[in-house]
Ligand binder design. Structure first.
Ligand code: HPA
Length: 236
């Protein structure tokens, strides 16, 4: 069986899926880290691959940007492809002066003003949570690999280009240290379907240190720490 957005057969997708936002990042991760990667989806160019990492079957698929997009792809993976765990590997913008470019953060809760959860299942909560067991494994693996990992609450925003600071101020008042656009919907889908989700992000820009910038090579290396952490964690 396939879906309107995914042409794979269920046995082509592993129970564990790494999910970057960018489908070309999914392709790059598959080609760099997985053995014998096979593309299982190219509908709308939302590329997905399955291969093995240290002998274990792993899939990697793009989510697209924003909650409607990750909402569709993650729902279908959980519901129609028997996926048990989705680990988002994304990027975020830092609100907090404690976060710098290239830091890897572990999302311990996602706050949002979005209506995603309310619309999806009449869930009024403005905070959605990742799987605590997966987060524990991520923390332990990070210690083992000596990759500094900062646990934070993230703001999952529906809007990238804001006309003023009101949304960011509200998110900060609610304890958010950084902003992205996907975790809240991913965690909600996992929750309603009895599945597992977690999110690692690399800080790609800062609202505090606005003059900080990364070269493209630095960006690649930063992602490298996060992807190694993700892969080593999911095979444990
Ligand atoms: N805003 C929203 N999402 C993001 C950002 C941002 O500044 N940076 C990376 N993902």
């Amino acid at each position: 069986m396939s879906t309107p957005h995914n042409s794979a057969h269920p046995d082509q997708i592993a129970p564990i899926v790494l999910m970057p936002g960018d489908p070309l990042r999914a392709k790059a991760i598959a080609e760099k880290y997985l053995k014998d990667p096979i593309c299982f989806n190219s509908v709308r160019n939302m590329l997905g691959y399955t291969g093995t990492y240290k002998g274990q079957k792993i899939s990697v698929m793009g989510s697209g940007m924003g909650m409607p997009s990750i909402g569709i792809y993650s729902y279908e993976l959980y519901r129609f492809y028997n996926v048990e765990t989705i680990l988002r590997v994304g990027s975020c913008g830092a609100y907090s002066p404690d976060l710098h470019l290239r830091d890897v953060v572990l999302v311990d809760s996602a706050w949002s003003e979005s209506t995603y959860a309310r619309s999806q299942s009449d869930d009024p909560r403005s905070i959605q949570l990742p799987d605590s067991g997966i987060n524990q494994i991520l923390v332990q693996t990070a210690q083992h690999l000596e990759i500094p990992l900062k646990p934070i609450r993230i703001h999952s925003s529906d809007v990238f280009y804001h006309e003023d600071d009101k949304a960011a101020d509200l998110a900060k008042q609610n304890g958010c240290a950084a902003v992205e656009m996907e975790s809240f919907a991913l965690f909600h889908n996992a929750d309603i379907l009895g599945k597992k989700a977690a999110c690692l992000c690399t800080v790609s820009d800062s609202f505090v240190y606005t003059d900080e910038e990364l070269t493209s090579q630095e960006r690649e290396q930063d992602m490298d720490a996060m992807i190694r952490l993700a892969l080593e964690s999911v095979i444990r």
